[in-house]
Design a protein around this ligand. Sequence first.
Ligand code: A2P
Length: 241
Amino acid sequence: AIKFFQLNTGAKIPSVGLGTWQADPGVVAKAITTAIEVGYRHIDCAEAYKNQAEIGSALKKLFEDGVVKREELWITSKLWFIHWPVSMKRGTGEFKAENLDHPNIPSTWKALEALYDSGKAKAIGVSNFSSKKLQDLLDIARIPPAVNQVELHPGWQQAKLHAFCASKGIHLSGYSPLGSPGVLKSDILKNPIVKEIAEKLGKTTGQVALRWGIQAGHSVLPKSTNEARIKENFDVFDWIG
Ligand code: A2P
């Protein structure tokens, strides 16, 4: 399977990244360290996950100890103003319907373009954008988005968005690639078809779900803070296909 995907900026994004949503402070540092040690070179973060300081400290230690170099890593972060295509009404904090407002995407995107121009970001992208919102963005963008990150797994295949992104050269990255069994309570890992394929191949259902994403051309961002599952989720490259 492919270890990297090339973005429209020329940068290469590793096909498996460690998800860090719901990776609590106190355990996330160990998860990051384990992941880097077993070969992950891509970490998916966000300001809203409230654990970036601990992730930063863990990475700093790995750099100082010579385990990995900064330039070998792909680190995604999301500023709250572009994490979802919504903004919050002034003075509200909680992410619920009555607090949401229409964001000013053109001015937000200009700020991200300035970040790209400065060299501080190798690529800029969006998250949770529909095809329509992406088209609206493409209509005004000087630098087109390199990535759109959305929920994506065998139970939510996003066929229309996949085709749209492919036609525009936007890489589609999948969060909750296992269907987020812990939080969203989906049953992808118990799906009979996924199970049958896993039994046939001698792999776990999680590995089959991840390979489905990679073979469809998506980077996948499984979250785990468990050592065995962090390893399992990265062990998806050495089989045929
Ligand atoms: P844990 O952190 O204890 O491993 P997703 O990335 O789709 O949101 O899924 C993350 C959830 O699935 C977490 O609850 C995580 O728990 C669990 N998980 C991660 N990897 C696996 C796996 N290979 N098999 C089963 N559950 C997993």
